[in-house]
Design a protein around this ligand. Structure first.
Ligand code: B1M
Length: 213
């Protein structure tokens, strides 16, 4: 089995030590970190998601896979982040209230940081008010929200509405993402943009600059 397939396979089985060792091996073999991420880790996690949906595996299996993924992502992080580039703007990011999924959000945060932006990561389960207060305190240019559950998506609208109430709307750019989120939903709630993955999130954030406010 090819190395990236082995990473995917062992991630599906939640073997974090093996995934870490294989990721180290892949890094040493100079496989590009983006490829390790997409063809090894994300590929494995997609299969985990399918199996979970079909009830072939259960929540503890998903948790183990998530732990293996997070461990390997920590190893890839310094390689994904370019060192020593000037700060281009500030982004406050988080997974919305009641949403504990943070793997995708973490990845998006790493890539945005890697593109030279300062990233204030509020973590997961972030209330709407917290996005707004943090953005104000930090003088952020962008708020990024992630939701993986259809039930938590309405928090995104709440943040947009609060931004309007606080006079921030149109000044701070709001970007939304996550598997159940769509361009149509972003438009419907009045967010500035929808991004479908990390690389696209970087392009979107970059498209907001220079900011004229
Ligand atoms: Co849960 N879960 N989960 N889960 N989980 C999903 C999302 C689900 C689709 C699984 C399924 O049924 N097939 C389903 C949601 C159904 C729905 O609402 N549509 C689901 C469910 C139901 C649940 C629970 C309710 C299960 C339960 O308890 N019965 C529960 C809810 C907990 C909660 O949040 N309150 C739950 C729990 C969990 C775990 C804790 C076990 C774990 C999360 C661990 C963690 O994140 N630390 C987990 C996981 C791992 C998943 C799956 C399998 C994988 C998610 C993931 O990390 N993908 C997921 C199935 C799936 O998505 N295929 C599933 C890899 C990651 C890199 O991709 O997060 O999509 P993703 O991020 C992408 C893009 O979406 C985008 O870029 C990222 C990189 O490409 N993106 C952005 C994301 N955020 C962005 C923000 C942006 C821009 C782009 O701008 C700001």
């Amino acid at each position: 089995m090819e190395l990236l397939e082995q990473i995917s396979f062992n991630l599906q089985n939640g073997l974090d030590d093996v995934v870490a060792a294989l990721t180290k091996d892949a890094i040493e073999k100079r496989i590009p970190p983006g490829e390790i991420l997409s063809d090894g880790l994300i590929a494995g996690m997609s299969i985990v998601g399918e199996k979970f949906k079909n009830h072939d595996i259960f929540l503890p299996d998903v948790l183990l896979a998530a732990r293996a993924m997070n461990g390997a992502m920590e190893m890839l992080k310094p390689l994904l982040i370019k060192e020593g580039i000037p700060i281009r703007g500030k982004v406050v990011i988080g997974s919305v209230k009641d949403d504990l999924h943070d793997i995708g959000k973490n990845l998006v945060a790493i890539l945005i940081k890697g593109a030279g932006f300062e990233v204030i990561d509020l973590g997961n389960d972030v209330p709407a008010e917290k996005f707004i207060s943090a953005a104000k305190e930090e003088n952020a240019h962008v708020i990024g929200m992630s939701a993986l559950l259809t039930t938590t998506m309405p928090v995104m609208k709440k943040v947009v509405d609060l931004a309007k109430d606080e006079g921030l709307y149109g000044k701070i750019r709001i970007i939304v993402g996550g598997a159940p989120v769509s361009k149509e939903y972003a438009l419907e709630i009045g967010a500035d943009a929808y991004s479908y993955d990390g690389a696209n999130a970087v392009e979107t954030v970059e498209s907001f600059f220079p900011v004229n406010n």
